[in-house]
Design a protein around this ligand. Structure first.
Ligand SMILES: *Cc1c(COP(=O)(O)O)cnc(C)c1O
Length: 429
């Protein structure tokens, strides 16, 4: 791949943007090399500023579940923009969006729109604290809930990728209210609760983790969490920013048949526009201003362009449930075939997959928590990443990220990816 234009833009960007990027993982810092500057994308494919074409497994880190520039979404945005891009006053479209979300996620009574996943999680935690009158929260090592101060403790995503142990700027006081347990370790959670009786407002979790690579909850883990939270009056928050509207129309809650008290959304919900949401039981949600006193607001919350994009995508997903079956089949096929070619080449590998989320860990160990994910060979991952990129396959530039499939991927695209992996395998040993 020749990427002179990307190289030139990346070097120019250093002079005006910190590290040349507006979000850290984009910089390719851990895998090395120059990030691709993207010109456009359509369906399953990305095109960089040098005219190279790639099969996209990032899909904007999740939103593009039906592929890029999905025509109904593009048309709806264009049409809506002519009526102005924001009012800062209520619109009927916001009700339609909330009603659509409620129809897809039955245990959401009320839902508040925000502009990012970070905002959704940050607001959900404030609400849980306001509702319970307690201060502490429990999160899981390697889970990422956005970049609000209280979540940057043992966080996943870029924090894990860059191995940042403590984030400067997060005060010790804030950090002390965030307790952490290993993912899939219910005994550790029980111990924290015993040590901090009646002090824990919420447990927040990615019901399927995607920010330390894709890690599935083990048998009974979420069921036990649910039980403990009910017994201890702790608000159970499912961070479905990744899994929402991706693993099923009702997200991980539907797929894994467990109800959280509050749920947060982002990514798919905005179809690539800056959108997040949090919602849940009326009993808790009624404490949000202006119904209650837990303050939360946003100048651009419920923005009409963002709403029409998200509404159009979610409505399409709701009316075409077969999409989830197709994504499941594509995900399972990719996992099986990737495992076959890597195993045949004697590469130690574990592949975790559920629906359209998949991760390749270069380790023999089963990967059930952050320590397992960290045991995988990062040097091998980096070689794999570049060998794939050379062949036109665009993977997340970190071993601590899930890949996201879009339903625009054809079996030809998947087979091309599998063949590229077979070729890459020889350079990995
Ligand atoms: C991406 C992500 C977030 C943060 O969302 P932003 O829109 O980037 O602020 C929060 N939680 C999870 C699980 C995510 O994957």
């Amino acid at each position: 791949m020749n990427i002179p234009n990307s190289e030139q833009l990346f070097s120019r960007a250093q002079h005006s943007i910190p590290g040349g990027v507006n979000s850290p993982v984009r910089a390719f810092k851990s895998v090395g090399g120059t990030p691709l500057f993207i010109k456009k994308a359509k369906g399953a494919y990305l095109f960089d500023v040098d005219g190279n074409k790639y099969i996209d497994y990032i899909n904007s880190w999740g939103p593009m579940i039906l592929g890029h520039a999905f025509e109904p979404v593009v048309e709806a945005i264009q049409k809506k923009a002519a009526d102005s891009t924001s009012f800062g006053a209520p619109t009927e479209l916001e009700i339609e969006m909330a009603e659509l979300i409620k129809s897809m996620v039955p245990n959401v009574d009320l839902v508040r729109m925000v502009s990012s996943g970070t905002e959704a999680c940050m607001s959900a935690i404030r609400l849980a604290r306001g509702y319970t009158g307690r201060n502490k929260i429990i999160k899981f090592e390697g889970c990422y809930h956005g970049h609000a101060d209280s979540f940057l403790v043992k966080a996943g995503s870029g924090v894990a990728t860059f191995n940042i142990q403590t984030v400067p700027g997060v005060t010790a006081g804030v950090a002390a209210d965030t307790l952490t347990a290993p993912y899939n370790d219910i005994d550790a959670v029980q111990q924290l609760i015993n040590q901090h009786k009646n002090q824990i407002a919420a447990i927040i979790i990615e019901p399927v983790a995607g920010n330390m690579g894709c890690i599935l909850p083990q048998q009974n883990f979420l069921e036990d969490l649910r039980k403990i939270c009910t017994e201890e009056d702790i608000v159970l928050i499912f961070d479905e920013v990744m899994t929402g509207f991706r693993l099923a129309q009702g997200g991980a809650q539907e797929r894994l048949k467990i109800d959280a008290d509050l749920v947060t959304y982002g990514k798919v919900i905005g179809a690539g526009m800056p959108v997040g949401a949090f919602g849940g039981k009326f009993e808790i949600m009624q404490h949000i201003a202006p119904l209650g006193n837990v303050y939360q607001a946003g100048t651009l919350s419920g923005n009409p362009i963002a709403m029409i994009a998200g509404f159009t995508l979610l409505n399409h997903l709701k009316n075409n449930p077969g999409i989830y079956t197709e994504l499941d089949e594509k995900g399972a096929y990719l996992r099986k075939e990737l495992f076959t070619v890597l195993d045949k080449a004697n590469i130690p590998v574990t592949i975790n997959q559920i629906g359209s989320m998949i991760s390749v860990f270069f380790t023999h160990r089963a990967v059930n928590n952050f320590a397992d994910a960290s045991s995988s060979n990062i040097t091998t991952f980096n070689k794999f990443f570049h060998a794939m990129l050379e062949q036109g396959i665009y993977l997340p530039p970190s071993g601590y990220e899930s890949w996201f499939l879009s339903n625009a991927l054809s079996y030809d695209d998947l087979n091309e990816t599998i063949n590229a992996t077979a070729k890459a395998a020889s350079s990995l040993l």
